[in-house]
Design a protein around this ligand. Structure first.
Ligand code: FMN
Length: 184
């Protein structure tokens, strides 16, 4: 069971650049879309940024509903993630197509991925310039949670089921090794 972490720790969940599934809604539709291009922007308040094509249905969902969740999945659902990244939620019910399961979020409208290792619930920060020029979507994290076995103030990768997946380009991916260098 994921557990809440302090908001000032939220951007830590993205420090190492995991592939994420962004979820959001448009009327009665739910979309889950993989996004590799993201970054933390501010620690307090916690703000994150994503580059998302305006052609993607998830972009329209976010602009319409004004919120979204950042779901950090484990590597063992990589095939389902790729399926979500090769079809559009405008045409396909990705949950039905993949068998992935959504559940209610805590503080936003968008649902979250039940099997996610970690989730950041965000509200859209509308910056017209960044949206129009670079398709950069900014979100303020309002709530964050993670599986306790995967986090000790930073990610832990000891548990095989709790390893994030990282997009190297095309259809190549990597998972983190166990050897975190802890100099605390
Ligand atoms: C591994 C992977 C990473 C991706 N990263 C991004 C990204 O960073 N930004 C983006 O706009 N699209 C990215 N995509 C493409 C979208 O996920 C894909 O076009 C998706 O089908 C759009 O679905 P939608 O129309 O339901 O939003 C990625 C796809 C994959 C498979």
């Amino acid at each position: 069971m994921r557990e809440k972490i302090p908001l000032e720790m939220a951007t830590r969940l993205l420090n190492h650049g995991p592939l994420v599934l962004i979820s959001s809604t448009w009327e009665d539709k739910i979309d889950f879309t993989p996004i590799a291009w993201h970054m933390p922007v501010s620690k307090v308040p916690p703000i994150v940024a994503f580059t998302i094509s305006e052609e993607h249905f998830i972009y329209k969902c976010i602009l319409n509903s004004k919120d979204f969740a950042v779901n950090i999945p484990s590597a063992d659902i990589i095939r389902e993630i790729i399926q979500c990244g090769t079809e559009s939620g405008a045409d396909v019910d990705k949950l039905k197509a993949t068998g992935l399961v959504a559940e209610l979020s805590r503080v936003i409208k968008a649902p979250v991925l039940k099997s996610a290792i970690a989730v950041l619930e965000c509200t859209l920060l509308e910056d017209k310039y960044l949206l129009e020029h670079y398709n950069i979507v900014l979100g303020e994290v309002k709530y964050a949670e993670i599986e306790p076995l995967a986090f000790d103030g930073h990610w832990l990768f000891k548990n095989q089921d709790l390893k994030t997946v990282h997009h190297l380009g095309d259809m190549t991916f990597a998972v983190p090794a166990d050897d975190v260098i802890d100099l605390r």
